[in-house]
Structures are given as structure tokens and as C-alpha cells.
Write a protein that binds this ligand. Sequence first.
Ligand code: PLP
Length: 348
Amino acid sequence: RELELAHEAMLAAAPQIKARLSSNENPWGPSTAAIKAISDTAPKSFLYAGPVTMELRKAIAEMNGVSPDQVLLGAGSSELLMASLLMAGAKGKVMMAETCYISGRDAREDGATMPTIKVPLTKDYQYDLDAMDTRLSADTSLIYICNPNNPTGVMLPSAKLSSFCDAASPKSTVLVDEAYIDYAPNPATDSMVEHVRKGQNVLILRTLSKLHGFAGLRIGYALGQPATLKELRKYCSGGFTVSTTSAAAAIASFKDKAFQEMVLKNTAESKKFLYDTLKSMDYTYLPSSANFVLFPIKVKGQVLLQKMMAEGVSVRSWFFDQQNWCRVSIGTMDEMKAFKEAFAKSVS
Ligand code: PLP
């Protein structure tokens, strides 16, 4: 969170941003149907959101083949992720990849330490499920798998992850963070929701911040066993942070398939432009199953970030595997062209 706050402060202080390519947002969203739902429901905002959030839970349950008591809403998935880590940290250790969305977090917000087991990625930057299996012990309370992973964009083969869920879930809760699953080749079969349907100790986290362009509207949800969700509620608002307007917008956005297709098509086009740009400049990249791309750079991340920021383009950097990396979120074609120009100047 501290890194996020520093990043937000940097964005706020930036003179003029031409392309904000640092937080994996979706510049094509939210859909017009979602915006209409917001203005239609805004006058009713003096009422608590109960009936609308119940309708949203039912819609999510139906879409995922689970029952409404297997769905817990949050103001974005961050709330539910933090709650899961607090819940797990109170009982044992959290296993995660050395490089993943939460690998920077091994302290709880209250200052207490969250015990973690960090497992390096494989040589091809995948989760090392075999090593995770070997290191699993009786005091592992949660295994965090981000699939597709952030910051790499790399996805696990579904059959392999599915076998891992079968084997590990009797020993520990397996949390699969599917924030980017909508960008995967086959979201329906690449998702691990089937394990929730089978009654296993698997928790899925999803967000509308990505494909639906809801980063500022804040809707996320967890799919899991009712007993797990009941426990999770002790560590979060239990869905009470979700507003009427955002819930109504989410219902509308789920129905708007044409919008979702448009976002996927534009994302693919911009991603191809980025791949071509990097190739033409002799840079490699990790082929991505998400709306961002990670690639190795030849200078320190912070040096590149500052040069890019001076050109009005925000990106992010990482250091792992003895290598500096830059992560670029997929933006509109104009934004990708701004990236190309700024990157060429920054590395020349
Ligand atoms: N999980 C992953 C892997 C993410 O990359 C993000 C945000 O970028 C989140 C969860 C949290 O997203 P939100 O709180 O907007 O749902």
C-alpha cells in the first residue's frame, strides 16, 4: 500500500500526464450502459444499497454457477484481499510467489507481521506449483495464486493449476486472484471457479476494475464456501461498502457484452502495437495474458520512470531475477504512441 500511495502522490504531482500506463486501468470504460445506470439510480442514493447489492450478488452467483451465499461483495477486490490476508495471518502462514501482486506485503496494516513463505517463480516466470506443494506445511493457512500474475502477465496452464487446487485445498485455503482472468484466452475454463462449485476450500477474487473499467467505481467480489465467507466478513465490511450507484452500474456492465468485446479487441490491438514497438527497439517482453506487459530494461527502474514521467507517461518498474523490469499498462492507441515516443527519448 505504501508503494501505491507513493505512486499516487507522484501522479498527483505530475505536471501533465499524456498517458497513465501505471495502474492497469481500462481507458475504454466504464460502458455507457453503466454510466446510465449510475445516473438513473443516483436520485435513490439516500437509501442504503441492500436491495441493489442483493440483486448484484444474485447476478454474480448465476453467472458463476454458485449460490448467492457463495458470493461476497467488496468495494473493489483490495478490500477482500486484505481481509483474506488478515484472516489467514491470524491462523498461520501465507504462501505466495516471490514475485506477485502482494509480494511486497508481509506486514499487516496494524504493524504486526504477517508470516509468509515466498517461493521463487520458475525460469519461465510461472508460479512454481511443484515447489509450493513441497513447501506446504501444517501451518500454511493460505496459498495466494495470482492468475494471470501481476506484474508478469504470465498465466498457469489451467489443468496444472486445477490439479494443484485439488491437491492443496484439503490442506490450506487456495486463494486464486483472478483480477485479470477476463483477458485470458478462455476465461470460463481458465478460471478456477469450478473448485468452488465442487465445494473445495478455494477462494476466488475478481474485480470489475479491469475489463469493466470500474477502478474508480470500486466493485469486487469473492467466490467461496459459505463458512469461509462468513469468517472473511469479520475482517471487512461484509459488502456494506458497496454503493447503490456502483452496484447498479455493475449489473448493467455485466449485461453489456458488446462493450466487453470492444475492450478486448482494443486491448489486443494496443498490445500488438506495444509488442511491435519493443521488438523494433530490440527489447524482449513476457507474452502477457493481461492488460499490461512486463519487459526487461537496461537501466534502473527508477531512472526510467523519472525520464518517462518527464515526458508525461507513467509506467511502473520492478527488480527481480537479477534484472530491472518495466511494466506498461495497455492504453488507447494514442497512449501507446505516446509511450513509444517517450520511451525512445528516455532510452536514447
Ligand atoms: N489483484 C490484482 C492482481 C491487482 O492487480 C489489483 C489491482 O490492480 C487488485 C487485486 C485490486 O484491484 P481492485 O481493488 O481495484 O479490485
